[in-house]
Design a binder for this molecule. Structure first.
Ligand code: ADP
Length: 466
């Protein structure tokens, strides 16, 4: 069996971390790495004064990681710059927030070059290489420059934007053409894949074939839609642990007789938190008799706080939650509990399980794993209701949720009302269909589907259950 080489900006393999605290992606990829004796290559997260090219190899739990340190300037231009201030907003349809600086593009290319230079000598002829996400789009091409002829796949975890938006990026053609160094490109949804095909046909005159292959300048790739899942079995089990039960008990104790609505998101402008608060405010204004009967728990740990737009969204939400609480709260009731910290997996599972509604309303999201985790954590006898944005990649699979337009405060308000009054039979029927999908199309399904396309063989990479 070929060795798998995984490349991503950050390495999430275990460093003495218990499997229970790893995310689904890390669980699946480390299982594949263990099975194939592969390597996970990426940035250590550390900065050094001047780039040394030294690789830190570590093996934990049968998984080898290879990490490198980057210079401060690399991190500013490549990570905080091109990845998080250029590509992230643009690919989430926020051209208004995207910053186009030549120094960012230069840093991005330079770091991808450094990755390739250090990775290339580690690659053996039979290795399969799997590159992840928007930080690493040109890596395949850089590896080809070093003579790497192996099969290389690329998976994009975030949305692929429409042509009209992508064209606002200087050098968009070079970025897209670099993708043709890969054998396989995976997107989260058909919608993203369609945007990509449309760009290829209309902007660079490529050819799109019915079997999914796309040809540009004599180079061919297979472009597939391959939605990522969660480790459903692990999450289901997490909701049954003592920690989860105790957390659910604490939640009930702190809100006797009240229905909880929960949102869990990184503090990011793509998650629609501002619009969600406005929708909830509309619901409170329209339903005075329900004051004191429900509350919204919004968990939003800060992220990317070096980037100004993230500081701004944080300040806006602090103000908005304060205003709503000020306007509606009573002596013994606060309508929004707004919490800016992270929780462990089991605690999170307990929180999801005790929530009557999961309110997941991103303005744009590649997939949204929280929606799937919410489903996996529910009590089959008395499940909660998932309210999900049309614009989350997960909506394509989770069509039995209450799907909403997150921009409409009225739609959000109506959906909350519908969810609160939904009869148990309907909640169970909807949840079963959602859970069917979350169980069937889990993270191993995703991994095997992508690697089957990459190897050109249907055999799963991971055969044993991990
Ligand atoms: P994104 O990758 O954009 O952050 P996803 O919804 O796809 O969004 O994935 C977020 C992941 O981070 C989920 O697995 C979720 O459980 C986890 N997460 C989000 N907020 C918290 C939190 N406050 N504490 C712990 N984990 C969190």
């Amino acid at each position: 069996m070929s060795r798998l080489i995984v490349v991503s900006n950050r390495v999430q393999a275990p460093k003495g971390q218990s499997a229970g605290n790893q995310g689904g992606l890390a669980v699946a990829l480390t299982a594949a790495l263990r099975e194939t004796a592969g390597i996970w290559f990426g940035w250590s997260g550390e900065t050094i004064e001047s780039f040394t090219g030294e690789i830190d190899f570590q093996t934990h739990d049968g998984v080898t990681t290879a990490t490198i340190d980057l210079e401060e300037q690399d991190v500013e231009e490549y990570y905080n710059g091109y990845a998080n201030r250029t590509l992230w907003p643009l690919f989430h349809y926020r051209v208004d927030l995207a910053e186009y600086e030549r120094s960012f593009a230069g840093g991005y290319q330079r770091v991808n070059g450094r990755f390739a230079e250090l990775l290339a000598p580690l690659i053996e002829p039979d290795d399969l290489i799997w590159v992840h996400d928007y930080h690493m789009i040109p890596l395949g091409e850089e590896l080809r420059r070093h003579g790497i002829a192996n099969r290389i796949g690329f998976f994009l975890h975030i949305p692929w934007p429409p042509q009209s938006l992508l064209m606002s990026l200087p050098d968009h053609r070079e970025l897209v053409r670099s993708l043709f160094a890969y054998e396989v490109i995976g997107f989260q949804t058909e919608d993203s894949l369609e945007n990509f095909r449309h760009y290829i046909l209309n902007e660079i005159g490529g050819e799109v074939f019915e079997d999914g292959t796309i040809r540009v300048d004599g180079r061919t790739v297979q472009a597939i839609s391959c939605p990522i899942g969660i480790d459903t079995a692990q999450f289901k089990a997490a909701a049954e642990t003592g920690t989860a039960r105790y957390t659910a008990y604490r939640m009930r104790q702190s809100a006797v007789g009240r229905d909880m609505i929960v949102g869990v998101d990184r503090l990011d402008y793509s998650k629609g938190l501002h619009e969600r608060f406005l929708g909830y405010e509309r619901f409170l204004a329209a339903n005075p008799m329900l004051h004191g009967e429900v509350f919204l728990l919004q968990i939003a740990p800060p992220s990317r706080s070096d980037v100004q737009s993230y500081q701004e969204i944080r300040a806006t939400l602090d103000g908005l939650s304060g205003r709503i609480n000020g306007a509606f709260a009573d002596l013994d009731w606060v309508p929004i509990r707004y919490v800016n910290r992270g929780y462990g997996r089991d605690q999170l599972a307990g929180i999801y399980r005790s929530a009557r509604i999961g309110l997941i309303t991103p303005l744009r999201d590649g997939m949204n794993l929280v929606a799937k985790e919410y489903v996996a954590a529910q009590d089959p006898e008395n499940p909660g209701v998932l309210i999900l944005s049309h614009f989350a990649g997960a909506a394509a699979q989770l069509s039995d949720a209450l799907l909403v337009n997150p921009h409409s405060a009225e739609e959000l308000s109506d959906a909350i009302q519908q969810a609160l009054t939904m009869p148990r039979d309907e909640r169970i029927a909807r949840w079963r269909k959602l859970m069917d999908n979350v169980e069937r199309e889990d993270v191993m399904w995703w991994l095997n589907r992508f690697t089957a396309a990459l190897t050109g063989r249907p055999q799963p990479v991971v055969t044993a259950s991990d």
